[in-house]
Ligand binder design. Structure first.
Ligand code: ADP
Ligand code: MG
Ligand code: MG
Length: 904
């Protein structure tokens, strides 16, 4: 078994196809070599070794790969003409993680590995630049201490011990920037850093390059299991088994002086998707400096630089002098970089996100990957590539991350309100969208406030991976520091969250919990609004407006319609929701819950009257009042869904949910109904159940009180006839909830059919209708062959089915599911993502048994899962006729269903 793959000098043992084994970074480093691009030589230790490491520990794994690693180092030595662990002519390397899926900033990299007191001297001499040598050395000791020796503080509240020392040295010297430190300062720093290491570990800093290398390799493997990485994997559903590869690569130096630089570049605009090459760089800097937001990065292109300066209110003269673009400061390297970006995009047929370093006027490529992007950019880039003939229609659809379409459906600022809004600060348009919320200053507060259902904007000096959870719940993020590629910007774009970064003129004070903007001091809880598309920050809460669909979005929807084999319906209880869903392309209603109609206005009175009635007579009297209201509800819905099927579910929840529980309201009700308070109380008490989820609800209600089913059927059929008379095409489907036995569905189907016939007779006309059931009790799935003898259709109610299959109460489960998720007992919440392994078996069985009895049986799903992409695909692959989901998930489901058809 080969565990180490080398690359360098236009050759590589791996290639782009091998990303599972080599990780994304390793596979692409290999491929860039094969494409003849300038890449420092190195090697990749495979992701399989990571799994061996997790299983067997460091000692055994080091033994396993020692020979191969030594040979690979020798290979790099040959290509660079330098020697590892050799004080005279030292080879320095970076040790980099690289998983199959990109996990930006989630794991740690060590640069300049191989340095010690002897090598620093020869590096200084060889480069003729002692400052560079010592700067590299102090960075190395710091990174090694943080990453490999575990000195990086676990909590955000604690300060990195090295940063603390550095701040002290800078303060003593009275300087602000790292670049203002001279050789002596840096030498002093190294000494102080090493002393801190000894303090912490009780051992001297390792001098041997080999010891450093093994420490670095093991640290990368360890980082796969660190908290940040685990959280990121969980949020992005990346399996732990994928592992990370380790890339060891010869160092190139962007910190060698003013003819050196480091930067990142994108072949297209990751925020808007426009076909505009862009990026940022820093002169005389290394690695993470650009992303860390320590200094303000400069733009790569002249055009980008001018746009940036305009946003910042910087004049052209000042821009050219202080912030020139790479095209202006290093035109040859800039041209080469742009040519490489074009070739890479052409090769991968997708937008590339690249890292590069310029060492003394020579360009080196350090990474390329398919860039993260906003939902809007995802749609635009794919459509642009399709129109350019670079990719075909199927690939275009497969390029969609369905969840991200959600970003295109959400409100943008109301244009008129925006004109009146007061701009109090300006930053970079880091991640587009509109956000209005109350200011909070920490991730913890963001979480706490949002749990209280408050909308928050997270305001930070800069963000780091520790802020992830807070960012996830905030409406938007505002940072004082950091460029377009800062952590906040990259992560926000990935999440589709509105973000304004690098708003330099705002003053954030964490201690006082204030932020000063536009001459005003804002406190925690004050409202502000962010425009992630322009970088503007507004005072107060700016109202938002609906987004515009059509255009590229519409084109993607049309493609989905062309390839899908599964219809997408919607769950809608009101004509308004139904219209919204049709707007998004829903083809019918898969679930119309009638109980929601019972709560509105006067209806609840009639409902309560029905419940409190002591006999059938009384109940019928109350139901007669409800009938016209229900009928008009259905008329509205049939009208909104003209031409499409509408599945209406009969009353489902336990009656206890409809009666008042407070004495005051009970008294009111008693007065209205001419009862005593005691009588009302007694009735309410009698409805109380130990376990309402498994109690007197669903078809159990309709069976014990057939008059309810009669009224609802009458309302549906009469509404259908009325609408039909008006020329509207109606396809009513009456759905019986919570069926578990053949007898249950038979009983209710009889009531429905008899009632419908009666209405037809009365009216002298008829309309076609279907009678079906939800499959949500496990027994219904197990006996689906019997149930299908009566049912015209099945609709899988996977919320209840999940609840009853797991035995997890939906209302109580969140308490322990959170713990389960954090401790790896479950991978995903089964109420969000259909459990294909368990619940999925019942669904499959239900479909197969049902269709065995009745081949033409119409089958769909109407649980929450109907809008979750992986669950939609599962249902599509089972051959369901439709999935049904809430209106805003319709586009997501449409694309997921089309993808399922293409993948099949
Ligand atoms: P991440 O996956 O977090 O981006 P990387 O492994 O890409 O981490 O490295 C972190 C930073 O160090 C990047 O800016 C990268 O370009 C830089 N870097 C990595 N290896 C080298 C190297 N051999 N020479 C110079 N810079 C490097
Ligand atoms: Mg990187
Ligand atoms: Mg149910």
């Amino acid at each position: 078994m080969k565990r180490v793959y080398t690359f360098g000098d236009g050759k590589a043992e791996g290639n782009a196809e091998m990303r599972n084994l080599l990780g994304g970074k390793g596979a692409n480093l290999a491929e860039m070599n094969l494409l003849g691009m300038p890449v420092p030589p190195g090697f990749t230790i495979t992701t399989e070794v990571c799994n061996e490491y997790t299983l067997n520990g460091s000692e055994s794994v080091v033994k396993l790969i020692q020979e191969e690693v030594e040979a690979a180092i020798a290979h790099v030595e040959t290509l660079t003409g330098k020697k590892f662990n050799d004080p005279a002519n030292p080879l320095l390397v970076s040790v980099r993680s690289g998983a199959r899926a990109s996990m930006p900033g989630m794991m740690d990299t060590v640069l300049n590995l191989g340095m010690n007191d002897a090598t620093v001297a020869s590096l200084a001499e060889k480069s003729g630049n002692p400052r560079f040598a010592w700067d590299s050395y102090r960075r190395f000791v710091q990174m090694y201490g943080d990453v490999v020796l575990g000195m990086k503080p676990k909590s955000k509240a604690d300060i990195d011990p090295f940063e603390e020392i550095m701040d002290k040295v800078k303060a003593e010297k009275g300087v602000k920037l790292d670049t203002e430190l001279d050789v002596e300062d840096l030498q002093n720093l190294v000494k102080l850093f090493k002393a801190a290491v000894k303090d912490f570990t009780g051992k001297d800093f390792p001098d041997s390059a080999w010891e450093q290398l093994w420490g670095g390799i093991c640290a990368v493997f360890d980082s796969w299991m660190n908290e940040r990485a685990i959280l990121y994997r969980r949020m992005n559903q990346i399996p732990e088994e994928w592992g990370t590869a380790v890339n060891v690569q010869a160092m190139v130096y962007g910190n060698m002086g003013d003819n050196s630089a480091t930067g990142v570049a994108f072949s297209r605009d990751a925020a808007t998707g426009e076909n505009i090459f862009n990026g940022e760089y820093l002169i005389n800097a290394q690695g993470e400096d650009v992303v860390a937001g320590i200094r303000t990065p400069q733009q790569i292109t002249v055009e980008g630089s001018r746009r940036w300066a305009a946003l910042q209110g910087i004049t052209e003269e000042e821009r050219v002098e202080k912030y020139p673009s790479l095209e202006e400061s290093m035109p040859v390297c800039a041209a080469e970089l742009i040519a490489i970006a074009n070739r890479l995009e052409n090769y991968y047929k997708d937008m590339q996100d690249m890292e590069f370093t310029i060492q003394d006027g020579k360009l080196w490529m350090l990474q390329t990957r398919n860039g993260k992007r906003t939902g809007a950019a995802m749609v635009k880039i794919a459509m642009d590539l399709l129109r350019a003939g670079e990719i075909d229609e199927k690939t275009t659809l497969l390029r969609m991350e369905p969840q991200k379409l959600d970003e295109l459906l959400h409100p943008v600022f109301d244009k008129a309100a925006l004109k009146r809004a007061n701009v109090v600060a300006k930053g970079l348009p880091a991640s587009p969208g509109a956000a209005a919320g109350q200011i909070v200053f920490s991730a913890e507060e963001a979480e706490a406030w949002s749990e209280k259902k408050k909308k928050v904007v997270l305001v930070r000096i800069e963000t780091s991976p520790e802020d992830l959870r807070g960012m996830a719940v905030a409406q938007g993020i505002l940072t004082m520091r950091g460029g377009m590629t800062s952590h906040a910007a990259v992560v926000a774009r990935g999440m589709g969250k509105c973000c304004v970064s690098g708003a330099g003129e705002i003053k954030v004070d964490y201690k006082a919990k204030t932020v000063e903007m536009g001459g005003k001091v804002y406190n925690e809880g004050d409202w502000i609004s962010l425009n992630g598309s322009t970088g503007e920050v507004y005072d107060g809460q700016v109202p938002t407006a609906e987004p515009e669909l059509g255009g590229d979005f519409g084109a993607i929807m049309n493609l989905a319609a062309k390839y899908t084999k599964t219809l997408v319906r919607t769950n809608a209880d009101t004509p308004r929701d139904a219209k919204q869903a049709r707007h998004f392309g829903a083809q019918g209603i898969g679930l119309c819950r009638t109980e929601h109609m019972f709560f509105e206005g006067d209806r609840i009175k009639a409902v309560r009257e029905m419940i409190l009635a002591s006999d059938v007579e009384g109940r019928r009297h109350a139901l007669d009042k409800l009938l016209p209201m229900q009928r008009s509800d259905f008329e509205g819905i049939f009208e909104a869904m003209d031409g499409f099927g509408v599945t209406i579910r009969l009353l489902d929840p336990p009656l206890h949910e409809f009666v008042p529980h407070q004495t005051a309201t009970q008294k009111e009700l008693a007065n209205e109904m001419g009862l005593t308070l005691e009588e009302v109380k007694a009735k309410v008490d009698s409805l109380e159940e130990f376990n309402p989820m498994l109690g007197h609800r669903g078809c159990r209600l309709g069976i014990t009180y057939p008059e309810i089913t009669e009224m609802q059927t009458r309302a549906i059929i009469e509404a259908a006839l009325n609408m039909k008379a008006r020329g509207i095409k109606v396809f009513p489907e009456i759905m019986i909830p919570l069926v578990g036995t053949l007898k249950e569905i038979q009983n209710q189907a009889d009531v429905i059919n008899i009632t419908a016939s009666k209405v037809f007779e009365e009216r002298g006309e008829s309309v076609a209708y279907k009678v079906g059931t939800m499959i949500e009790v496990p027994r219904a799935a197990l006996t689906a062959d019997q149930i299908a003898t009566v049912a015209d259709f099945f609709s899988f109610g996977t919320n209840d089915l999940t609840q009853m299959t797991f035995g997890y109460s939906r209302d109580d489960a969140p308490k322990f599911l959170k713990f389960y998720k954090e401790h790896g007992i479950i991978k995903t919440d089964p109420f969000e993502v259909l459990d294909q392994e368990g619940v999925g078996q019942l669904v499959r069985m239900g479909v197969e048994k049902g269709r065995a009895t009745k081949p033409e049986l119409k089958v769909g799903i109407c649980g929450e899962h109907g809008g979750e992409p992986s669950s939609v695909k599962f249902c599509a692959k089972l051959g369901m006729n439709y999935v049904s989901c809430s209106p805003y998930r319709v586009p997501i489901a449409r694309v997921a269903a089309a993808q399922a058809a293409i993948e099949d």
